[in-house]
Design a protein around this ligand. Structure first.
Ligand code: SAM
Length: 349
């Protein structure tokens, strides 16, 4: 049976955190020192988890963290992942009247889609080795195109040039599509919207704006701090008209092109336009816990099962049970909202 949750959503997408350490201290994410709170596992343990999940229908893996490029051996790990053969799941029919999709298995000759989310600080030297090892694509987080503003957000001086060099190295290495993610937080970088539109056109990257979610360590989120999809569109229209591009239902971003065809931007709007009905994701934290939603208030100890001697079949059974508990949706901004039991840096975004 393909992996799906009790609402009929196919689960095809794994976000795997390989460390919860980070070398940046972005205002919307984390604070404190560089140390990890939960720690990480040997790559062979992650590889076994991924192998079991790929046999259950996972076709896309995104490595994340913390900062995944801080892990020594990440290139070799990507090489091992690239040897796995996905089974494949195809949503069918594309969408039901209730907004959900059923999944059917199909023979899949496509290789595993292996993506990476990074702050880009260490990417310049690693882009080509990662590509050669089998990485399909990369997303770089960058929250300002102005270097001083960038430092105010990351709270680490001198990073901007490293990140820009990383983005350009990724493009040269052929890691495509190359996406640049910008979390907008009012009072910090909403004036960067138009400069990022120009950046997308000049650098040939897809810039994606993300609405700020209440997942940060400093607990500064409020509805007023969120720069919404509507506001981003209105601001960008002052620069150039945008034309919406159709996007896959499971895709998190709404996509737009500039009217002259040069440059693409995306907007990920989990706060103002939630997309939980099409969520195909589960997450594994750096310490081996499954999380079924960013906003879960509990997690499920997959690594504990492994340490207890579970066979691959028993792990698969455990995973199936966990996926059945996937939350229907998040409750951001509602009176019954309960903060997630971990902040973003310790989940893996
Ligand atoms: N260190 C890597 C990076 O910077 O991309 C990977 C981990 S980071 C937690 C993953 C993504 O989560 C980044 O794109 C980051 O901007 C985003 N993120 C972190 N905190 C967020 C928040 N409170 N709301 C929305 N996005 C957030």
């Amino acid at each position: 049976m393909p992996l799906h949750d009790k609402y009929g959503r196919p689960i095809t997408d794994l976000r795997l955190s390989i460390t919860d350490r980070c070398n940046y201290k972005c205002v919307y994410c984390r604070t404190g020192n560089e140390g990890a709170l939960y720690g990480d596992l040997p790559f062979e343990d992650y590889l076994r988890m991924v192998r079991v999940l790929v046999d259950m229908g996972i076709t896309k893996i995104r490595l994340t963290g913390g900062e995944p490029l801080l892990r020594k051996g990440v290139v070799e790990f990507v090489g091992e992942l690239a040897k796995l053969e996905p089974q494949g799941l195809k949503p069918h029919p594309p969408s039901g009247s209730n907004g959900t999709a059923k999944a059917v298995p199909f023979p899949n000759s496509d290789p595993l889609d292996i993506a990476l989310t990074t702050n880009g600080h260490l990417l310049a030297d690693l882009a080509q080795p990662l590509k050669s090892a089998g990485l399909t694509r990369v997303t770089v987080s960058m929250d300002a195109v102005d270097p001083d503003r960038f430092t105010r957000i990351t709270r680490v001086p001198g990073g901007f040039d490293h990140v820009l060099a990383g983005i350009r190295a990724a493009r040269r290495a052929g890691l495509w599509p190359l996406k640049v993610n910008c979390v907008l937080m009012r009072g910090f970088n909403e004036d960067q919207i138009i400069p990022f539109g120009m950046f997308a056109r000049e650098e040939g990257v897809i810039v994606r704006f993300i609405e700020f979610m209440p997942l940060e360590e400093d607990r500064v989120w409020s509805p007023a701090t969120v720069v919404t999809l509507d506001e981003i569109l209105a601001r960008m229209a002052e620069y150039r008209p945008l034309v919406e591009i159709p996007h896959a239902r499971s895709e998190t971003a709404r996509r737009y092109r500039f009217d002259d065809g040069v440059g693409e931007i995306g907007i990920i709007a989990p706060v103002s336009h939630p997309f939980c009905g099409h969520c195909s994701r589960i997450r594994i934290t750096s310490d081996g816990k499954i999380r079924t939603c960013l906003f879960s208030v509990w997690d499920h100890d997959l690594h504990g099962q492994m340490q207890g001697g579970a066979s691959d079949e028993e792990l698969a059974e455990f995973i199936r049970g966990v996926v059945q508990k996937k939350e229907e949706r998040h409750h951001i901004g509602e009176p019954d909202f309960v903060p997630a039991s971990r902040t973003m840096v310790h989940i893996g975004g």
